[in-house]
Design a protein. Structure first.
Length: 332
């Protein structure tokens, strides 16, 4: 069942983080749904501009609709990841998305506010929530490269003004992470002081952590043992920091790179071990199983595993209250 991202935030805020996983194809989608069902977790499906172009945006929507029929017990939201203004409008108007992200973080503060405000107005008119970014992560975001020297952490003072002026529903904050496989050199830790300060200043606003992959060393080792050439110094976010961050308001945790590593490891090992093989379905099946395992593991670390019933209870309580309120209104 597709729910609003805002509903997921309401149940999760301050308690656990909802995993937001990028998808590009049917295999990832199957693995994602299976992993979330196995771990009884709600989740957010993220679609980037690149993913919308990879096959065709209608193809992805159809895949998600089919997955919803195959797994009727799943509870999830559908989100546009790193949208520009035009793509946000397309997704808002499509009626398929639960939320959009407007990423104007590379603009000046005032321009970022102005663009975000326009998107918020249009999204809220359709009941869709908006995530907006303030501060800059290092690494590459879609076609915009931000080298580490230009990455800057979110200023909590500015965050207050930004949320107030834009009316955004969730804040993507730069708290020490970056996109891709090479996030940390040396110390591998989130800037908890920045997260704490943001939460103290704007309590109740869900914080979104981009660049949250953990880049497991074992995956990098196995990929390289199968003729990959990843830099073995690759480091990601320490998974043990997901839950402490969630308790401080980090409610949506974006993970893409780790899933790509699973795909690369499975396919490299498969074709190394079966050099005469050219049917893509055997490794595809292994990938779906491995991806499901990976998702269930992540949900365990995020604290979202086991939360499906909490979401269901909350949704049914709200439905009961709405029915009661409608009945009262009809009597008066
Ligand atoms: O933050 C970006 C996500 O990892 C999506 O990556 O733009 O290559 O689909 P993509
Ligand atoms: P990773 O590159 O760490 O997986 O981050 C993904 C992300 O932030 C998508 O928006
Ligand atoms: Zn991101």
């Amino acid at each position: 069942m597709i729910v609003t991202t805002a509903d997921l935030y309401k149940v999760a805020y301050g308690k656990f983080a909802v995993g937001a996983y990028n998808i590009n194809n049917a295999e990832q989608t199957m693995g994602l749904f299976r992993g979330c069902i196995q771990s009884h977790a709600p989740f957010i499906i993220q679609i980037s501009k690149g993913a919308r172009k990879y096959t065709d945006k209608r193809m992805l929507e159809a895949i998600i609709r089919s997955a919803g029929e195959i797994f009727p017990e799943a509870i999830y939201a559908v989100h546009l990841d790193h949208g520009d203004e035009e793509t946000c409008y397309e997704c808002i108007d499509s009626g398929f998305y639960s939320s959009v992200m407007i990423d104007a973080s590379h603009e000046t503060f005032d321009e970022n506010v102005a663009i975000t405000r326009r998107v918020v107005d249009r999204a809220h008119a359709r009941g869709i929530s908006v995530e907006a970014e303030l501060g800059m992560l290092g690494g590459v975001e879609e076609d915009i490269a931000v080298d580490e020297g230009h990455a800057c952490l979110t200023n909590p003072e500015e965050a207050v003004e930004f949320v107030k002026r834009t009316g955004c529903d969730a804040l993507a904050a730069a708290i020490g992470t970056s996109h891709g496989a090479y996030k940390f050199k040396g110390q591998q830790s989130l800037h908890f002081n920045v997260i704490e300060e943001i939460q103290r200043k704007i309590p109740g606003t869900p914080i979104v952590m981009h660049g949250s992959s953990s880049v497991p060393q074992e995956e990098v080792r196995r990929i390289n043992a199968a003729a990959g050439k990843l830099d073995p110094s690759a480091r990601g976010v320490n998974e043990e920091e997901y839950l402490p961050a969630a308790k401080l308001g980090v409610t949506k945790v974006n993970i893409d790179t780790d899933g790509r590593l699973v795909w690369t490891r499975v396919h490299r090992e498969y074709f190394r071990d079966h050099p005469g093989e050219f049917d893509f379905r055997p490794p595809g099946k292994i990938f779906m199983d491995e991806y499901a395992k990976f998702i269930a593991h992540k949900n365990g670390k995020l604290g979202s595993a086991g939360q499906l019933s909490a979401i269901r209870d909350w949704l049914s309580e709200r439905a009961t209250e709405t029915v009661a309120a409608t009945a009262m209104a009809a009597m008066t």
